[in-house]
Design a protein. Structure first.
Lengths: 513, 344
């Protein structure tokens, strides 16, 4: 077999972080190749390089033996490479047909030939066994149908290499089977398929070979997956003992730090009640959309509270805005760091001091330069934020260091309770364990900590107690001793869900995040 | 330059001198890095000096005392309003109503002074009314979440309409001579409006850099949602920004009316775009979060100098517009180029 698609010594560095280091492997025609690894292993970076969305710092991609340096997605498409992204890249208000032929519409002297467009699009869709009217707007299609349109679009442009990035994350099990049938069809037609997923069952049923990435490094390539066991693949992906990352330490708990009774809002109509003791780490676990973020935003005053009372350290508090919450000692790290956490165009110092500077300013107005510098330097040192200088712009830091800078913002305040929404999302493993150790430090100092996580091993690894949410409601509680993945999932999954779906979801959670 | 702050540069200057002590034998790195720092830091001011020296050498009568004073006067109105526009732009918004507010405030002052004979009352009323327009802008934008483009486009029309209504569509000559002092007196040979503008540069430069208000403005422009979640009073800050913008436009309108000895309802058409152009010319980003008073000063100076020189060379007004447009565009392209260089 000759290799059709080759990655040769690909490296990619961003300011402060090496996303990929010396990755080499190849895929031959008619082969479905899995690309596996944990979050942050470098899978998406590699796909970006393949699709021309970013350029490698070193190394090159070869297609059919020719060295290629895609300067843009358009070039990659011309070379026959198509990446089907997790978030599909379709124009929602245009029709199916227009999307398939976007940028390449059949026209004569600039006037659209609708008849030909319809016929062409229909032909493409029929190849995939789809029976959609080509002039339906994308908006009206299901996720599975949109994915088919995306595949049709790739084939219409003559793509030889198709890369799928977590294609099944929003599909039902029947839709997954259809997608697999189509991928096998493409395989028979001698296409080169790159399949990125963290669901092991899918990989073993679909793929012929696999490459494992870990922390941006190429760990291993299995040329024949039939000879590989699931444990072998897992070990090469994880490469370490998970408990080492968390370093859980038991602590004594004090009085109630945060207590809420019957709290509800418009997006969270069912009243929620729970308490967090000083020094306690409580996890909020639930599937996507269970209401974890909504509950945190509500407590923080970012959304309006309809009913309920909140006590912080025994005192009743009314929180109408984030500023109120901060003054009362309640802090919040949002889930979406880029959108809601950092100010990318300002310096690390600015980002750290943004909130607490009001306390230290002269007469509440004038900046206290000396405090600002001292505090920024202290936080950078204590939390190990890797930055060449406090004046470095925030956007040049890696995700983990940005997250530490946001934690530093709250450590500059008098903090009683902290709400952390997915604090380790999208940061590399080393930074993760540093974030965990900051969280344990806070708890040891008597801060009440609430962590929302969709990462079950993480929630089990660091929390003293788990609260399970489902459909905007707290449906159960598990102490650390009784908490297990099975117990947490039983509560988190909707009642009456089929056994298959449950297994699938368990697979997802066990499946190696 | 837009993305580089003074202190950041200071740090890299330290690094540069360290680099020098490591490699004393090679002098090129120091010189080139010092040059680079100086260039990033003061790029647009350098451009201004180049333009200024060029004009002084090649344009007749440019570097004369009379022309220098008329140049400063011409810049003064632009400079005053650009100070508060800096805050609008830094917070990620802009204000299109200022040209109309300048006219409205001048006319209102003239009318009130003529009716009551009280200069102080006229000035107070005009500035308060202009501040009210700004406050209205701020509330509509911050509290009702209306896009600043739409909101200030509306108040631009409203304020202009009001200016025409209260003046009856004609220039309103002021009868009290003491009103003319504001625009036509001078101290140590420099006209009062220039002093006012200089004071504004100092005041607003200080506000942006040294106060929580200024830092919050930049944080809001950088990421509004993050600023809100960090406990910054976003709505209040925005309202204050637009109100000061209105007050400044009011002051500029009065100074202008005083210089012209009358309130004219049709002055300052397109003034808002001149002010925004001057800021952008100086290197302030329209996306918010970045900016300092140095950019404003550089932008205003370049714009004023070029216009002044064109007047001296008696370039027809129609051609002047083309030149202004080309300069603006090339300044922005040039700035982009420089940023790419400093990032690489």
């Amino acid at each position: 077999m000759n290799a059709f698609l080759q990655f040769e010594h690909i490296s990619k560095t961003f300011p402060g972080v090496q996303a990929l280091g010396d990755v080499s492997f190849s895929v031959s025609e008619g082969n479905v190749h899995a690309l596996v690894g944990e979050n942050g292993a470098g899978k998406s970076t590699l796909l970006k390089i393949l699709s021309g969305a970013s350029a490698p710092s070193a190394g090159c991609v070869r297609v059919a033996g020719t060295e290629r340096r895609f300067a843009s997605s358009a070039e990659a498409i011309r070379a026959g490479v198509a990446v089907i992204h997790q978030e599909l890249q379709l124009a929602p208000d245009l029709s199916v047909a227009e999307n398939i032929y976007l940028g390449n519409l059949p026209a004569r002297i600039g006037i659209l030939n609708r008849k030909q467009l319809r016929a062409d699009a229909q032909r493409q869709l029929q190849r995939l066994g789809e029976d959609i009217d080509p002039f339906t707007p994308i908006r009206q299609l299901s996720m599975a149908q949109r994915q088919m349109v995306e595949i049709a679009k790739a084939l219409a442009r003559g793509a030889k290499i198709l890369a799928f990035d977590e294609p099944t994350s929003s599909l039902s099990s029947r839709e997954v089977q259809r997608l697999f049938a189509i991928i096998r069809e493409l395989q028979r037609a001698n296409h080169v398929i790159l399949y990125v997923s963290h669901r092991l069952d899918e990989i073993f049923s679909l793929c012929d070979s696999a490459t494992v990435l870990r922390d941006g490094r190429h760990v291993q390539t299995f040329t024949d997956l039939k000879t590989v066991s699931s444990d072998m693949l897992v070990n090469s992906m994880v490469g370490r003992n998970i408990a080492d990352v968390f370093q859980y330490q038991a602590r004594a708990h004090g009085a109630m730090a945060l207590e809420l009774v019957g709290v509800s809002s418009r997006s969270l109509p069912k009243p929620a009640s729970f308490g967090v003791k000083q020094g306690e780490i409580v996890g909020l676990f639930g599937l996507v959309g269970a209401g974890r973020s909504e509950l945190m935003r509500l407590l923080y005053g970012a959304e309006r509270m309809r009913t309920g009372t909140v006590h912080i350290c025994g005192e009743p508090v009314v929180i109408r805005s984030p500023a109120d919450a901060i003054r009362k000692g309640l802090m919040f790290c949002p889930e979406d760091r880029k959108q809601h956490g950092i100010v990318a165009v300002r310096s690390v110092l600015e980002n750290i001091n943004m909130s607490a500077r009001r306390i230290h300013s002269h007469a509440g107005v004038l900046i206290n330069e000396r405090w600002e510098r001292a505090n920024a330097n202290r936080q950078i040192r204590q939390l190990g934020i890797r930055t060449p200088s406090p004046r470095q712009l925030m956007r040049n830091l890696s995700g983990g260091n940005q997250q530490k800078a946001i934690l530093a913002r709250w450590l500059s305040e008098k903090i009683k309770v902290i709400l952390l929404d997915e604090p380790t999302r999208g940061i590399d493993v080393g930074a993760k364990s540093e974030v965990y150790s900051i969280i344990f430090d806070l708890a040891r100092q008597g801060v009440g900590v609430v962590i929302a996580s969709s990462d079950l091993p993480e929630a089990l690894g660091i929390c003293d107690r788990l609260l399970i949410m489902r459909h905007g409601e707290i449906v159960g509680e598990l102490a650390r001793e009784q908490a297990s993945e099975a117990a947490a999932l039983r509560l988190a999954l909707p009642a009456g869900e089929s056994v298959g779906a449950r297994q699938c979801a368990e697979g997802e959670v066990n499946g190696l995040r | 330059m837009a993305y580089v702050e003074k202190d950041e540069v200071r740090v890299s200057a330290d690094e540069a001198s360290q680099e020098l002590s490591n490699q004393t034998t090679r002098s090129t790195p120091l010189i080139s890095s010092l040059l680079r720092i100086w260039w990033e830091q003061a790029g647009m001011l350098v451009v201004f000096f180049a333009v200024f020296v060029g004009c002084a050498l090649f344009v007749e009568n440019f570097f004369s005392r009379v022309n220098m004073i008329s140049l400063m006067l011409a810049i003064s109105t632009l400079g005053m309003v650009a100070c508060t526009m800096l805050f609008c732009l830094a917070s990620g918004d802009f204000d299109l109503s200022i040209g109309s507010v300048v006219a409205f405030s001048g006319v209102l002052a003239a009318v009130v002074i003529n009716r009551t004979g009280n200069v102080a009352l006229g000035i107070t009323c005009a500035i308060a009314a202009a501040g009210a327009v700004g406050l209205f802008n701020g509330i509509v934008i911050a509290k009702f979440g209306i896009n600043a483009l739409i909101a200030t486009l509306a108040t631009m029309q409203i304020a202009r309409g009001l200016a025409f209504i209260i003046s009856g569509g004609r220039a309103v000559g002021v009868s009290q001579e003491s009103f003319f002092l504001l625009g036509n007196s001078s101290l140590w040979g420099i006209p009062t409006p220039v002093w006012i503008t200089l004071a504004c540069f100092v005041l607003f430069g200080f506000l942006l850099r040294q106060t929580t208000f200024g830092r919050n403005t930049l944080a809001i422009g950088g990421n509004r949602e993050a600023a809100h979640l960090a406990g910054i009073a976003v709505d209040r800050t925005k309202i204050i920004i637009f109100t000061t913008q209105g007050l400044m436009a009011g002051l500029a309108g009065i100074v202008l009316a005083s210089r012209m000895t009358s309130g004219q309802p049709n002055v300052s058409e397109g003034f808002e775009l001149q002010v925004i152009s001057a800021c952008v010319l100086g290197g302030i980003s329209l996306t918010g979060g970045v900016g300092n008073i140095g950019c404003v000063i550089a932008g205003v100076l370049i714009m004023g100098t070029v216009q002044n020189a064109m007047n001296l060379m008696s370039v027809p007004t129609f051609y002047q517009r083309i030149v202004t447009g080309v300069i603006l565009l090339s300044a922005v392209l040039f700035d982009r180029l420089r940023q790419h260089q400093s990032r690489a």
